[in-house]
Design a protein around this ligand. Structure first.
Ligand code: ZN
Length: 402
């Protein structure tokens, strides 16, 4: 009987475990700006193919770039779980060799029930999809004439509750550009029905008590959330401390519970862009869209509207920042948790350099950051510091200056 029970548990896990999706994050700033975010689904076949793709793309970038002007490599993703049955993932690779941009899209569509990749004909009539796609292209991309239309192949598509999005390179449609063209076809036009997700969440926000005369410090965490963020939240709650999390927009949906916890415990959420690209290389319009998209997903997920922005890689200029109504937030003390592997070094580095009113920079994507943050809180609380959010700190500073 016990054996049967065990088998049942394993089987349940095979279909249900894919919900425990994590995001793998690699962020580096050395001779190049590197930001890689992709989902790890616990579906072996799918994870293997995604990792293979990411490794290949990154390795070929590393082998070709020159250090003439700092190049950039960025992989971001879209992830959807539909009907608890299909996983649809869209990886967007952005490269800048210091001068030019290039974009590419790779999609992975997977059936959790049979643990295999999805064939488009399993869900819709591919001929009908092709017909609808061509109709859209004829209407909106006139430069794609007869031969171009005839040669079109549907290689990349992404599913969500309302649309199938099909991706093409600009050159496939006879457009001289490096952008990716996406054509959206309504699911209902293809006879496909997918359950809608319930996105409305209600949370109760704890009122925060701030003592204005205390020694205060603001802990901030960039590049998350990740599997370590919940642990940090627990520590903050236990110690009666609050922090500010500068989250990356494309991770918000998969970590929605974590974000809700952040807000309900009185922490603050700041905007760290949607895809973690170097912002100074974006046009004003691209920058505005990126920040807006991040604001929207945080608001839709938590009901919290971020008021702060922290630019990726610390890169910004005043002209760019004048496009958004968010308070630019840098830091006073860099814990260097991205550089030091030893918790002792991270902790000492902060304790040695911190003073009243400082903002401390950490990253909630490393396991060493969890324990380091706990020790930093312990030591500084003993020295009489309170841990407040950045907005609280700003208010305190304003009041002090009165
Ligand atoms: Zn960052």
């Amino acid at each position: 009987m016990k054996k049967i029970l065990l088998i049942l548990i394993v089987l349940t896990c095979l279909t249900g475990c894919s919900k425990n999706v994590e995001v793998k994050t690699i962020i580096k700033q050395d001779n190049s700006y590197v930001s890689i975010n992709y989902p790890v689904t616990n579906e072996t076949n799918l994870d293997r193919e995604i990792k293979k793709h990411v490794d290949n793309t990154y390795n070929s970038f590393k082998n070709t770039y020159t250090n003439y002007q700092t190049p950039e490599f960025n992989i971001s993703y879209d992830y959807n779980l539909l009907n608890d049955e299909f996983i649809s993932i869209h990886l967007n690779t952005f490269k800048n060799n210091g001068i030019n941009n290039s974009n590419s899209v790779t999609t992975f569509n997977y059936n959790i029930k049979n643990h295999d990749f999805l064939n488009i004909d399993d869900i819709v009539n591919s001929q009908k999809l092709k017909y609808e796609v061509k109709k859209e292209i004829k209407k909106n991309y006139k430069m794609c004439t007869k031969t171009c239309l005839k040669n079109l192949k549907i290689n990349s598509y992404f599913l969500d509750e309302d649309y199938i999005t099909v991706f093409f390179k600009s050159k496939d449609l006879n457009i001289k550009d490096t952008k990716i063209i996406s054509i959206k076809i309504k699911n209902e036009d293809l006879g496909l029905t997918l359950k809608k997700k319930d996105k409305t969440k209600k949370i109760e926000i704890k009122k925060s008590k701030v003592t204005y005369n205390d020694k205060v410090v603001a802990l901030t965490f960039d590049d998350g959330p990740s599997k370590y963020t919940d642990k940090i939240l627990k520590i903050l709650e236990k110690k009666g401390a609050r922090a500010t999390f500068f989250v990356v927009g494309n991770k918000v949906e998969l970590y929605n519970e974590t974000l809700l916890k952040m807000v309900s415990n009185g922490n603050e959420i700041g905007n760290h862009s949607f895809d973690h690209k170097l912002l100074t290389r974006l046009t004003d319009e691209e920058f505005k869209q990126d920040i807006k998209k991040t604001q929207e997903i945080i608001f839709e997920t938590t009901g919290f509207i971020p008021k702060l922005i922290r630019p990726t890689y610390g890169g910004y200029n005043d002209k760019l920042m004048s496009n958004v109504d968010l308070k630019l937030t840098l830091w006073d003390v860099d814990a260097s948790d991205w550089k030091y592997k030893s918790e002792r070094r991270i902790v000492n580095n902060v304790i040695k350099n911190v003073s009243n009113g400082d903002i401390i920079l950490m990253h909630d994507i490393f396991s060493r950051t969890v324990n380091s943050a706990e020790k930093i809180i312990d030591i500084l609380q003993k020295e009489g510091y309170s841990f407040v959010t950045v907005s609280e700190l700003n208010k305190i500073k304003e009041k002090r200056n009165l």
